[in-house]
Write a protein that binds this ligand. Structure first.
Ligand SMILES: [Zn+2]
Length: 233
């Protein structure tokens, strides 16, 4: 995500706000971008430092592009997200940046399939490994694997080419449609993290929307993995 260049010199680190999920962060970043590129600089200063997230979440930011080379990016490692306002060339100075893989929403299939070869383990852990691709957390890894019809504990090394293609397609589809679903929620509030649109995550013992099978849940280290034994293989 890129933002305008005007304020780059004044604001090299604009917002720090824990507690969002991954997709919510994309939206917050889009909202912050809106504020940063607006003429209302006093308001921007206040919001960047204080509690309030800009209240423009829900507007359509598609197609936004700006002159200049500055970028607004976010990192989120277990709900400790930060938004950085970065001047050209300064990305490597952000803590943790060098270890991050490409963004899960924009990674190409060729890059995805190249990078995945370095990671032999279980698919759920793989998707959440920010060194592979950045931007997928616990809930969305469940959603992506359900969409791809792949089991969370399946080993990457067992994937056939068509399954790899499904995993890639599902990653993009789930994240982009989640953003649309969240934007469409009336009175969207980032803190509430309404995930009612999800297919399996948080739906343990409910029915799979694709095959009707009961949704299974595994818990490890306080985190739930939800999936369907009926249609994920
Ligand atoms: Zn199912």
């Amino acid at each position: 995500m890129s933002v305008g260049a005007r304020e780059a010199e004044r604001h090299d680190a604009v917002a720090v706000r824990p507690g969002f999920g991954q997709v919510e962060w994309y939206l917050a970043a889009a909202a912050l971008e809106q504020v940063l590129t607006s003429a209302d600089h006093d308001r921007m200063d206040e919001e960047a430092r204080g509690e309030a997230v800009p209240d423009v979440v829900g507007e359509d930011h598609e197609g936004d592009s700006h002159e200049g080379g500055d970028e607004l990016r976010f990192l989120d490692t277990v709900k400790m997200g930060r938004v950085y306002w970065v001047v050209p060339g300064a990305l490597p100075t952000i803590p943790g940046w060098a270890e991050l893989g490409p963004d899960a929403l924009t990674v190409t299939f060729s890059e995805f399939s190249q990078r995945i070869r370095r990671h032999p383990g279980e698919l759920k852990n793989l998707l959440r490994n920010q060194a592979f691709i950045a931007g997928v957390g616990n809930a969305y890894s469940d959603e992506i694997l359900h969409e791809a019809e792949l089991l969370p504990l399946r080993k990457r090394t067992t994937l056939k080419p068509d399954e790899l293609a499904r995993l890639y397609a599902a990653t993009r589809k789930v994240l982009s449609s989640a953003i649309e679903s969240i934007k469409a929620q009336p009175g969207y509030e980032p803190r509430k993290q309404d995930r009612s649109f999800m297919a399996v995550h948080g739906k343990a013992k409910g029915k799979c929307p694709r095959c009707g099978h009961r949704i299974s849940e595994l818990t490890a280290r306080g985190e739930a993995t939800d999936f369907c034994r009926g249609c994920q293989h």
